[in-house]
Design a protein around this ligand. Sequence first.
Ligand SMILES: [Zn+2]
Length: 310
Amino acid sequence: MLHSNMRILVNVGVVTINLPDIALSSGRDLKKFWEIFNERCELCHKAHKVRIGRLENTTSDVAPILWQYGAYARLQKGESIAPLIHGGYATASLGYAGIYECVKYMTGHSHTEPEGYELAIEIMQRLNDYCNKWKEEEDIDYSLYGTPLESTTYKFAKCLKERFGTIDGESTKNYITNSYHVHVTEPIGAFEKLALEADFQKLSPGGVISYVECANLQDNIPAVLALIKFIYDNTMYAELNTKSDYCQVCGYDGEILLDEENQWYCPNCGNKDQHKMNVARRTCGYIGNHFWNFGRTEEISERYVHLGGN
Ligand SMILES: [Zn+2]
């Protein structure tokens, strides 16, 4: 039986839909787009069902600390975990990636513009509709989730290139944009970005995070406070991205930079040895400092500074 009053949710996992792939597969035909969209959603659902089917045949013995000693539940030895997959105890995440690239290809506009925004919101709404339908049918908490896409950004971009070649602006990059985020290169102010993304956060109940890329704001604390207040008043979850680097060769503690080949280097002494520098950047949700794959590094190098930049 469950520990009294405990509502720690178990997440059975995430399956992520590559939205730019649907757009490119449709050849800008909106009717075809929705047909493929429906197929892909059902494919994600099928993947979830395979995983859930396996979990339903799993006993508490696979992870006693989780299932027998209270972390998730206090089941008996050999008892099935199946009842905990249903009834609101477990969530199943439908992830999505590349709203920007998807609507840009379909409409010619970013979702920061009305034409793109309208389609972007409709996509989000339909994804939620699927989650709600499956939830009702199976009594499992399916919910729409802004996949962190940490290294998958590169994997998805590579798949797009393989399938569609190079299509102006959509699959020429080595990364695709996370969830509903405004494209990292798009010039937009911090407050405007957060206000727009707040609309999408409401439609992404399984998980979200928005970012504002900041210059060094040590001498502008009022701006930091104003931004935090705006986040508190308008969004569910957002963070400020700052830089915190260190060159172990010369002691430089400003921003370590990327050169034209996207190699990290110290602008003070020219050190390029990744073992002798510390670089910390938001990777998506987490702040990483173990360096990144080619696509994610390209994305980091292209980030527009929303607050305090030039
Ligand atoms: Zn240095």
